[in-house]
Every structure is written in C-alpha cells, then in structure tokens.
Design a protein around this ligand. Structure first.
Ligand code: GTP
Ligand code: MG
Length: 195
C-alpha cells in the first residue's frame, strides 16, 4: 500500500457523538501500552503521527486516521490500565464498547497482545467479543523485538493456547522497531477491506 495522505480526521471523547463514516474502518484493540498507536504509525510510515508514550493510558480518545481517502485506522484507548480510577476505567470501557457495537463501517478488529506475556482476562474477553460479534479474529503479537528469535514460536504457541485459537486464525508477530510483520499486516488489510 502506498501512503498518499493521512489525516487525523476525528477525535472522540467519552461524550462525543461517533462519526458516521462512509469508508471502511479497521480498529486496533488491546491493553494499555501494548503498542496500538505505534503499530498505526508503522502502518502509516510515520514516526509519531499517532501519539505514543511509555506511560500506559496515553490514548484516551477514539482517533480516526483517514488513509488515502480509502479507509480509516481507528486507534482505541487501551483497557486494563491499573492507574486510573474505576469510574474512568468504566468510562473508557463503555466508550470502546460503544464504538465496537455501533460502527457500521467496522470491517476488521485487530487484537494486539504483547508477545512476551500470556493473554490477560481482558484479552480473552476482547477475543470472545470479536468472535461472538461475527468478526474474523486476527491477533497481532507486538514487541517481537523484545524476544530472541529462538523464543518467538514458544510465545506464539502460548498465545494460541490461551485464546484457544483455531489453526486458521492468523497471529502476526510485529515489531514497531524492526517493522517485522508490517507488510504482512498491510497485505492482510488490503485483502479483507479493499478486495
Ligand atoms: P495506550 O494508548 O496507552 O493504550 O498504549 P498503546 O497501546 O497505544 O501503546 P504505544 O504505541 O503508545 O506504545 C507503548 C510503549 O511501548 C511505548 O513506549 C512504545 O515505544 C513501546 N512500543 C510499542 N511498540 C513497540 C515494539 O514493537 N517494540 C518495542 N520494543 N517497544 C514498543
Ligand atoms: Mg495509544
């Protein structure tokens, strides 16, 4: 995919009305700090267009990036961020849920899991949500640069086991540092969203 234009077109907070977009949407879900915004930057060929932080809880709004006037990447707030109050957690959760349930253009939800860690309860819940709502599940195992090559397959297997994935379910190892997986993810998006 050649990136001709990108534009952070819409930013939605807790009380915002969600946009009724015409173009297909691809969303990125996962716990805080897993690397959602970093992945979106890598897919857009930008270093820091989407705001990234070492502190979890960076993305607190739903951000719609218009790519080439062809599709949107939707950056979601992360879940499971321990340092905010329960009521803030609930509001973020409600916001993510509202987006996932009401977007008419949502074609694909990627679930990002840190390749180093076992999927959490929340990850399993998000995975189940994706499947039960009729979306084809696709996992991105982030921060693959943090493991030695020889450890990768063991960790990928563990993610598969914990989520009880089918053989056909894709799991893409990805690193925003090395860009491992970037082309495969783009190819997949193009196949599903722009056939
Ligand atoms: P929230 O917005 O808080 O939900 O986080 P996020 O999922 O958008 O994560 P973000 O992209 O902001 O990245 C969090 C931290 O992880 C930052 O310090 C990034 O530099 C780092 N990071 C993201 N991806 C990678 C990766 O592939 N490899 C390594 N080593 N670090 C990464
Ligand atoms: Mg973010």
């Amino acid at each position: 995919m050649i990136i001709k234009s990108i534009n952070l077109e819409t930013v939605c907070g807790i009380t915002s009305k969600l946009p009724q977009n015409q173009l297909p949407e691809v969303a990125f879900a996962g716990k805080s700090n897993v690397g959602k915004s970093s992945l979106i930057n890598a897919l857009m060929n930008r270093k820091s267009y989407a705001r990234v932080s070492a502190q979890p809880g960076k993305t607190q709004t739903i951000n719609y990036y218009n790519i080439n006037d062809e599709l949107y990447y939707v950056d979601l707030p992360g879940y499971g961020y321990a340092k905010v109050t329960e009521s803030v957690k609930e509001q973020w959760g409600a916001m993510i849920e509202r987006y996932l349930h009401t977007s008419k253009q949502l074609k694909l939800v990627f679930l990002l899991i840190d390749i180093r860690h076992k999927p959490s309860k929340n990850d399993v819940m998000m995975y189940d949500w994706i499947v039960h709502n009729g979306y084809y599940p696709v996992i991105i195992a982030t921060k693959s640069d943090k493991l030695k090559r020889s450890q990768l397959s063991k960790h990928l297997k563990e993610i598969r086991q914990e989520l009880s994935l089918n053989k056909e379910t894709p799991v893409f190892p990805f690193s925003s540092l090395s860009k491992q997986g970037r082309e495969e993810i783009w190819d997949f998006i193009e196949e599903v969203v722009m056939p």
